[in-house]
Design a protein around this ligand. Structure first.
Ligand SMILES: Nc1ncnc2c1ncn2[C@@H]1O[C@H](COP(=O)(O)OP(=O)(O)O)[C@@H](O)[C@H]1O
Ligand SMILES: Nc1ccn([C@@H]2O[C@H](COP(=O)(O)OP(=O)(O)O)[C@@H](O)[C@H]2O)c(=O)n1
Length: 246
């Protein structure tokens, strides 16, 4: 890890650094969509770390790399160029050395990719390399704040973030939300798919139980707007502690 990357993770709150809002949770808990809406209202950026894992799995599949072989995935990372927008509509591009970057925004969301991502995210060195990239993206963003969401943000990527949230929802609620997005898949299929993916991912990081100091937000009985407002209230309570005004 570079010094710059280390500092970006641990000097949170230093003048000039973005305020970090770290959000973790299982698939379908609402972390991406709620993070995006909250970031927009706060005037912050958003870093969707799952999109990077998805992009890596996608390019590995395109390149015929064995996703289960850590050294092969790490070698691919030496040659890949990844970019993601942190404001406005999400756009993800991926390229390999010498080739024009390809817009993979839609491709990385395909069901065929979702089922393969855990095969790359299980590798410790891959995670270290991506975490370093995430810290660098935040540090270089020039934004007043960044909502960064994934599975291990509150515990590994930004354990010192002033706001850390674990967003959960019942398995039923999560599957219903996801089934609404995926044409042609039944509720039961979606439920089985996300349960299988969560089980694989949870072998690597615990995103079901909040670490000490992490605020649990259960969105099972909250609508989308209520979920966004809950996050904003938590951020504002930290930004404007009682008795202080801006
Ligand atoms: N609290 C909520 N109530 C109802 N629907 C929600 C809520 N939060 C998110 N959604 C919807 O559920 C779907 C999955 O949410 P998403 O943000 O992609 O979850 P995650 O990033 O945790 O996998 C999206 O269509 C989103 O609009
Ligand atoms: N910080 C993160 C983010 C994602 N991931 C991996 O990336 C996959 C896709 O993440 P995602 O956030 O896009 O998944 P959804 O919750 O949106 O379905 C997860 O299933 C994990 O395997 C991870 O391991 N660590």
């Amino acid at each position: 890890m570079t010094d710059a990357a280390t500092n970006a993770a641990h000097d949170v709150g230093a003048p000039g650094d973005p305020i970090l809002v770290a959000i973790d949770g299982p698939a379908g808990s609402g972390k991406s969509s709620v993070s995006r809406a909250s970031a927009d209202r706060l005037g912050f950026g958003i870093l969707d770390t799952g999109a990077a894992y998805r992009a890596l799995a996608w390019i590995a599949l395109q390149a015929g790399v064995d996703l289960d072989t850590e050294a092969a995935v790490v070698q691919l990372m030496d040659a890949w160029a990844f970019s993601i927008t942190m404001r406005g509509e999400q756009r993800v591009t991926v390229g390999l050395a010498g080739a024009e970057p390809i817009d993979a925004t839609a491709a990385i969301r395909e069901h065929s990719v979702s089922g393969q991502v855990s095969r790359v995210s299980k590798h410790p060195v891959v995670r270290e390399r991506l975490n370093e990239m995430f810290r660098e993206l935040v540090a270089a963003s020039g934004l007043p704040g960044v909502v960064i969401e994934g599975r291990d943000i509150t515990t590994v990527v930004a354990p010192d973030a002033p706001v850390r949230i674990l967003m959960t929802a019942s398995a039923e609620a999560r599957a219903s939300r996801r089934a609404g997005e995926l044409e042609g898949l039944s509720h039961a299929q979606v439920l089985a798919d996300i349960a299988a993916r969560d089980a694989k991912d949870a072998l690597v990081v615990d995103f079901f139980n909040p670490a000490p100091g992490v605020t649990l937000v259960d969105t099972s009985d909250l609508n989308f707007e209520q979920s966004v407002q809950t996050v904003i209230d938590i951020v504002e309570a930290v930004r404007l502690p009682a008795g202080k005004s801006e």
